[in-house]
Design a protein around this ligand. Structure first.
Ligand code: DGT
Ligand code: CA
Ligand code: CA
Ligand code: ZN
Length: 577
C-alpha cells in the first residue's frame, strides 16, 4: 500500500467539504450534512487522521460512519477521491466558483446559474453591476451589494503582492504586537518569512499570557478594514489595501513547532514530515512526537525540531524542498550572504537622468547605510524617456564625481558608471573610449523584447564580449505580476559570463528581483559572480537592497559570490579582471 499519510487533517476535511458542496448543489438530501459532520470530526481531531486509520479507528471519529471511513482511507492511500472527481464532472463548473464566494450558498449559486446563465465570477459581477440580480426570487438589492463586496474581497485575497510592498506593513504589525506586555514571542511566518518574491497573505505567530487581548488589538489595528475570522487561536483580517493577515496565537510549548509548520513551504513541510514518519514520529503544528512512547521529542523551539530529525537548522529562505533537507543532513548548507554583508551599491540613478536626487544626496544616503562605495549608473543617450546622458554630459558627470570625491575624506568613494543600453544588434550606446574611463559599466536590455530567443541571446552575448562591460543589468527583463521575462538562453549567457568574468546583476527593485532566486542559483552553479544592486531612482530606494539579498539567499548564494560584499580595492580587482 502506498503511503500518503502526510495528507493532513485539513486536506482530508477540505475534500469532504467539497463533496458536501457538490452534493448540495445537486440537491441531494442528508448526505451533504453527513460529509460535513465527518469533516468537522476530522478538523477537530486531536491527532493525525492517518495515524487513526493505521490502527483501524476511523469509524470511531465523531461523525464518521462506515461509508465515509472507506472514502477517507482512499484519500489517505491515493491523495485523492474518485467519488469527488465524478461529482466535479456532474456539476457545472461555474456553480462551484460561485459557492466559494462568501454569502453565496449552493441554493443561490444554482438560482444564479439557472435563471441568469451565470458561469463565472466575472459574469456574476457584470450581472450585479447591471442590477439584474436584485429581482431574482430570494435575492434583493442588499444581496446584490453584498455579492459585489464579496467579489472584491475574494479578488484581493487571490491577488499576490510584491514582497517589497508587504514586508514593511508586516513588520509594522509585528512591532505593534511585540509591544504588548502580554506578548512573549512574535514572528512572521509563511512566505513572508521565507522572503518569497510575491506574497499571498501575511502569516504571523505569537505566544501570549492573554491571547484574547492580543486578538482584540490585532482585529482593531489601524488599517484593518474587515475581520474575516475571529477566534481564540486564529484571527484573520483584511487591510484596506486588500492584504489578508492571519494571526495565530499558540502556547509557548508549541511555538517552535507552529513556527516551523506555518513558515512552510508546504513542500518543505511534506519532506520534513516524511523524515518524521520514517522514525515512527509524528510532526505537526503542535510538535514532534514519538509514536511508540507518546513522548514529545521537540516543539518549543524551531531549531530543536530540525536537530531532532538529524538536520542543521535551515534558513527560512531555503525552505522550498529544493535540496535543503539533504544539505542540512550532510552538513553542506551554504553559508548564506548576510543582510548586513553589502558594502556598496553598484547601480543607482540620479537627477542627471531619470532619478530624483543629486549625486551628493545619493552618496550621503548610501554612506548613512554604512556603505563604503556607490556607483552612479545613469542611463546613456538612447534612452530618451529616461533623459539618458550624451557622451559629453557623461564626461561632465565624471568630472563632477571626481570633484566630490576629492572634497570628501576618502572613507567613502563614488564610482562613475553607466547603465548603457544593449541595442538590438548587441551594440552599446556609448563609445568604447568613454566606457574605458568608467569604473562600472552596467549593460541592460530596455527594448525589443519580442526578439527570438536566438536573437536575444546573441544580442546579450555580443554585449558581454565588449571588454568594458562589467555587469549585465536585470538580465531577463521581467516585471513581477506584469511582464514575463524575455526569451533568452540563460544557460549560454551564464556560461559566457563565467568565462568572461562578467557579473550578473540581481536587481533588487521590488518589481524586478531579476535574476530570480532560481536563476541566480543556476548561474552560481555555472560559476558566475554577482552584483546585487538597488537600481535606486531616489535615495529611499537604496533600502531595496534587502530584497535583492533575500533573492540571493533564496538562490543559495554566499558573500563570496557577490562582488559588492568586497572592500573597494578587491571590488576594483574584480571589475578590472
Ligand atoms: P502565500 O501566502 O501564498 O504567499 O504562501 P504561504 O507559504 O505563506 O502559504 P499559506 O499562507 O497558505 O500557509 C502558510 C504555511 O502554512 C505554508 O507555507 C505551510 C503551512 N500550510 C498551510 N496549509 C497547509 C496544508 O494544507 N498542508 C501543509 N502541509 N502545510 C500547510
Ligand atoms: Ca501566507
Ligand atoms: Ca495564511
Ligand atoms: Zn535598467
Amino acid at each position: 500500500m502506498e503511503n500518503h499519510s502526510w495528507v493532513t487533517n485539513i486536506e482530508v476535511a477540505a475534500i469532504l467539504h467539497e463533496v458536501a458542496d457538490l452534493l448540495e448543489i445537486k440537491g441531494v438530501r442528508f448526505k451533504p450534512q453527513a460529509y460535513r459532520r465527518a469533516a468537522l470530526g476530522i478538523e477537530t481531531l486531536p491527532e493525525n487522521v492517518a495515524d487513526v486509520a493505521q490502527r483501524g479507528g476511523l469509524d470511531e471519529i465523531p461523525g464518521v460512519g462506515k461509508a465515509i471511513a472507506e472514502k477517507i482511507r482512499e484519500i489517505l492511500e491515493t491523495g485523492s477521491l474518485e467519488y469527488l472527481s465524478a461529482l466535479r464532472k456532474e456539476v457545472p463548473e461555474g456553480v462551484q466558483h460561485l459557492v466559494r464566494l462568501e454569502g453565496i450558498g449552493p441554493k443561490k449559486a444554482i438560482a444564479l446559474s439557472r435563471e441568469l446563465g451565470i458561469k463565472t465570477v466575472d459574469d456574476l459581477e457584470a450581472a450585479a453591476k447591471a442590477g439584474r440580480i436584485r429581482d431574482l426570487p430570494g435575492f434583493g438589492e442588499k444581496t446584490e451589494a453584498n455579492i459585489l463586496a464579496s467579489i472584491r474581497l475574494s479578488r484581493a485575497a487571490q491577488e499576490r503582492r510584491l514582497l517589497g510592498e508587504i514586508l514593511p506593513v508586516a513588520r509594522d504589525i509585528e512591532r505593534r504586537l511585540a509591544a504588548l506586555p502580554s506578548v512573549r514571542k512574535v514572528s512572521l511566518a509563511g512566505s513572508i518569512r521565507r522572503r518569497k518574491e510575491t506574497i499571498g497573505d501575511v502569516d504571523i505567530l505569537a505566544t501570549s499570557t492573554r491571547p484574547a487581548e492580543v486578538m482584540e488589538v490585532f482585529a482593531t489595528l489601524p488599517g484593518v478594514e474587515r475581520v474575516l475570522v475571529r477566534g481564540p487561536t486564529k484571527t484573520s483580517v483584511v487591510l484596506s489595501t486588500g492584504i489578508q493577515v492571519d494571526l495565530r496565537v499558540v502556547e509557548d510549548g508549541h511555538f517552535g513547532a507552529a513556527l516551523q509548520y506555518f513558515t512552510g513551504s508546504k513542500e518543505h513541510n511534506i519532506a520534513m514530515r516524511r523524515l518524521a514518519i520514517a522514525r515512527n514520529w509524528r510532526l505537526n503544528e503542535y510538535g514532534l512526537v514519538d509514536l511508540a512512547t507518546g513522548r514529545a521529542v521537540a516543539g518549543e523551539d524551531e531549531a530543536g525540531i530540525y536537530r531532532a530529525l538529524g538536520l542543521a537548522w535551515i534558513e527560512p529562505e531555503l525552505r522550498e524542498d529544493r535540496g535543503e533537507l539533504e544539505a542540512a543532513r550532510a552538513g553542506t548548507l551554504p553559508d548564506l550572504v548576510g543582510y548586513d554583508a553589502i558594502r556598496g551599491d553598484l547601480h543607482v540613478h540620479t537627477r542627471w537622468s531619470e532619478g530624483a536626487h543629486s549625486i551628493e544626496e545619493m552618496a550621503e544616503a548610501a554612506r548613512a547605510l554604512g556603505y563604503a562605495y556607490i556607483a552612479i549608473c545613469d542611463h546613456a543617450q538612447t534612452l530618451h524617456v529616461a533623459r539618458g546622458l550624451s557622451p559629453e554630459r557623461l564626461a561632465d558627470q565624471m568630472r563632477e564625481i571626481e570633484r566630490i570625491n576629492r572634497e570628501t575624506d576618502g572613507e567613502f568613494t563614488i564610482l562613475s558608471g553607466t547603465e548603457c543600453n544593449i541595442g538590438s544588434d548587441g551594440r552599446l550606446d556609448l563609445p568604447d573610449s568613454l566606457l574605458a574611463d568608467l569604473d562600472v559599466v552596467v549593460a541592460s536590455v530596455h527594448s525589443g523584447f519580442k526578439q527570438s530567443e536566438e536573437e536575444m541571446t546573441e544580442r546579450v552575448l555580443t554585449a558581454m564580449q565588449n571588454e568594458h562591460v562589467d555587469i549585465i543589468g536585470h538580465p531577463t527583463g521581467r516585471i513581477l505580476l506584469s511582464r514575463e521575462p524575455y526569451r533568452i538562453d540563460l544557460g549560454a549567457v551564464f556560461e559566457a559570463a563565467a568565462a568572461l568574468g562578467v557579473l550578473m546583476e540581481i536587481n533588487a527593485f521590488p518589481a524586478r528581483l531579476d535574476l530570480s532566486d532560481v536563476n541566480a542559483r543556476a548561474a552560481r552553479e555555472a560559476g558566475v559572480r554577482f552584483s546585487i544592486a538597488s537600481d535606486a531612482h531616489r535615495r529611499e530606494n537604496l533600502r531595496y537592497m534587502e530584497f535583492g539579498v533575500a533573492t540571493a539567499r533564496r538562490g543559495w548564494l554566499s558573500a563570496g559570490d557577490i562582488a559588492n560584499t568586497r572592500p573597494l580595492p578587491e571590488l576594483r580587482e574584480i571589475l578590472r579582471s
